[in-house]
Design a protein around this ligand. Structure first.
Ligand code: MG
Length: 305
């Protein structure tokens, strides 16, 4: 199942995406005489397996019943928001998690490539989050070196602490795409990554969450990114140094993860930082981050004038 948040009368609403159509989930619940449907994607996730079963039944009815046809709208006619527009916490991220990307980063910084023995975690503030088709802000007074990073992002289902890798899949609700937009000059200047990864609109997420059962094993998915149609990144999630289950184990060690937490798993080779010459994002650039089994997350860079 593909679960989105879309703007409905200027308010966020839960949408179920099938093909080129989106179902207004709250209206589908009401049509079935049950007003108690989830009011947000966070509420849907927090409801656990019982809620998910309930949602599946409602979607099935809305698909089968011709009386429910008006609940479906063309996807092209709605404004998608980030699937979780306001997560409870910062977005967790893993840095340096694909071998070739580690090597390109080291080359660009003129240092030897080293490989982390454990995942390197950082976070992006909630104010970074935007959805599909939203603009990515570029303020030349703040950064001259804005870069892109396509990443597979885990969405946590049932929370927990000290989750073992072997049981981690039971804690993963689904997957989405995150573009970890990064100001490389700020990363370098501030000595760690938080500031350079934390600018407003530097965390496009979406276009929706694909549930774990539909996505299948998280390895083996093509992951790519285009700028103005030109492929810059092209890899597979099989090349992750730390896979999704290992990441959940490391992050939850002594630290509680909650339903709806988002963990971006790192980016493959091909960022602007590693190019010769480096080709930073500029005003008007259209970035398409794509993962096989999820879809395409599209955003446009807009310079502040
Ligand atoms: Mg990243």
């Amino acid at each position: 199942m593909r679960i989105a948040t879309f703007e409905n009368a200027e308010k966020p609403a839960v949408g179920i995406v099938e093909g080129e159509q989106v179902l207004d989930l709250a209206a589908a619940f009401r049509n079935g005489g049950d007003p108690a449907g989830p009011q947000s994607v966070l509420e849907l996730i927090a409801g656990g397996p019982k809620m998910l079963d309930n949602v599946r039944a409602v979607v099935q009815r809305a698909t089968a019943s011709s009386g429910d046809a008006q609940l479906w709208q063309p996807l092209s006619g709605v404004k998608l928001m980030a699937p979780i527009p306001q997560p409870v916490k910062n977005v967790f991220c893993v840095g340096r998690n694909y071998t070739l990307h580690i090597e390109e980063g080291a080359r660009a910084r003129g240092v030897p490539a080293t490989f982390p023995p454990v995942p390197e975690f950082f976070s992006k503030p909630r104010t970074t989050i935007v959805g599909n088709d939203d603009d990515v802000r570029l303020d030349p007074a703040v950064t001259q070196k804005l870069d892109y990073e396509v990443e597979l992002a885990i969405v946590i289902g049932p929370g927990g602490r000290d989750i073992k890798a072997a049981g981690a899949s039971g804690h993963i609700f689904g997957y989405t795409i995150l573009n970890d937009v990064s100001a490389r000059d700020l990363q370098a200047a501030h000595g760690q990554w938080f500031k350079g990864k934390g600018l407003d609109t530097s965390g496009p997420i979406g276009p929706w969450i694909v549930t774990a059962d539909e996505f299948g094993p998280p390895s083996g998915h093509a992951i790519m990114l285009r700028v103005n149609g030109e492929t810059r990144q092209s890899s597979t999630t099989s090349d992750l140094l730390f896979g999704c289950e290992a990441i959940v184990e490391h992050l939850s060690k002594g630290m509680t993860l909650d339903a709806g937490d988002i963990i971006a798993t790192g980016t493959p080779f091909g960022v602007a930082l590693g190019m010769v010459p480096q080709r930073w994002l500029k005003d008007g650039d259209v970035i398409e981050a794509e993962i096989d089994g999820i879809g395409v997350l599209r955003n446009t860079v807009r310079a502040v004038r």
